[in-house]
Design a protein around this ligand. Structure first.
Ligand code: BTN
Length: 246
C-alpha cells in the first residue's frame, strides 16, 4: 500500500508515534499514516520534547515494515523526502543536519524520530515520525527555542497549506522508500550528502559522549555513519553517538 493511502487524522493525541505504534501492534498495514493537529506529549530525539501546538505544525507518523536488515538509512531517507516536499510545495531549498534535523539558515525547521520494534534481528515495524514547523510565529515557540527554531511561515512570510505539504511528503517518502527497498542505497547516501549542510571535504568538529573529534568530513556510509578522516585514518560515527556537529 502506498504511503498515505490510509491516513488516521486526529485532532489531538499525546504523540502520533505512540498511536502509530499501537496500530502497528494491531496489524495495521505498511504505509498507514497518523496525522494530528496537536500533540500533547510530542517527543524528539534524546528524550527531548517536540513542541506541538494545535494547527501550527505537521505532526505525522508512518508505519513501515521493511522486510529485513538494516533500517539505519530510513531517517536519512525521511530527511531527503521532507526537503523535497518542502521544495515542491514552497520552492524553498532547505538543508539537512545529520542525523535528524531539517534546517534553514542553521535554524531548526523540522525533525525526525524513528522508532523500531525488532523480533530477533528482523524489524517487525518501524515508526517514522516527522515534525515540521509550518505556521508558527516567533512568539509561538517556547522562549528557549525562539533563537534556534524557525517555521515556513517565518521564512516565507505567508501561510503554507499543511494538507498540500503532507501530500507531497507522502509522495516523496513513498518514492524514496521504494528505492530503499530495492537497493543499492548509494542513491540515498548521495542525495543526503547533497542536502547535508556541510560539503564533503570540510573540516568538522564532532562532539560525542566520549569526546571531541576534528577531521575532514568524507560523507556517510551504508549504516548512516558519518566518516571523518583524521591523521590518515577514518573514524565512523553512528548517529546515536552524536551530541553536536559543526
Ligand atoms: C527531533 O528533531 O528531535 C525529532 C522530532 C520528531 C517530532 C515528530 S512530530 C510527529 C512524531 N511524533 C512525535 O512524538 N515525535 C515525532
Amino acid at each position: 500500500m502506498a504511503i498515505g493511502t490510509v491516513v488516521h487524522l486526529l485532532r489531538s493525541c499525546p504523540s502520533t508515534n505512540d498511536i502509530a505504534k499501537d496500530l502497528a501492534h494491531h496489524g495495521a498495514a505498511e504505509g498507514t499514516v497518523v496525522l494530528a493537529d496537536e500533540q500533547t506529549q510530542g517527543r524528539g530525539t534524546k528524550g527531548r520534547t517536540w513542541h506541538s501546538p494545535p494547527g501550527l505544525g505537521l505532526y505525522v507518523s508512518i508505519i513501515l515494515r521493511p522486510p529485513t536488515g538494516d533500517v539505519s538509512l530510513i531517517p536519512l531517507m525521511a530527511g531527503i523526502a521532507a526537503a523535497e516536499a518542502i521544495h515542491s510545495t514552497t520552492s524553498l531549498e532547505v538543508g539537512l543536519k545529520w542525523p535528524n534535523d531539517v534546517v534553514w539558515s542553521r535554524k531548526k525547521l523540522g525533525g525526525i524520530l524513528c522508532e523500531s520494534e525488532f523480533v530477533g534481528s528482523e524489524p517487525s515495524y518501524v515508526i517514522l515520525g516527522i515534525g515540521l514547523n509550518i505556521g508558527q510565529r516567533r512568539k509561538d515557540f517556547p522562549r528557549e527555542l525562539q533563537a534556534v527554531a524557525v517555521s515556513l511561515r517565518m521564512i516565507l512570510k505567508r501561510p503554507v497549506d499543511r494538507e498540500s505539504l503532507a501530500r507531497s511528503l507522502f509522495r516523496a517518502l513513498d518514492s524514496w522508500y521504494r528505492k530503499f527497498l530495492a537497493g543499492p542505497n548509494s542513491d540515498i547516501l548521495r542525495a543526503f550528502e547533497a542536502k547535508f549542510i556541510f560539503p564533503i571535504g570540510k573540516v568538522l568538529l564532532v562532539r560525542t559522549e566520549k569526546g571531541k573529534y576534528t577531521g575532514v568530513y568524507r560523507g556517510f556510509d551504508w549504516k548512516a555513519r558519518l566518516m571523518l578522516e583524521t591523521g590518515g585514518r577514518k573514524i565512523f560515527f553512528p548517529p546515536a553517538d552524536i551530541l553536536e556537529i559543526g
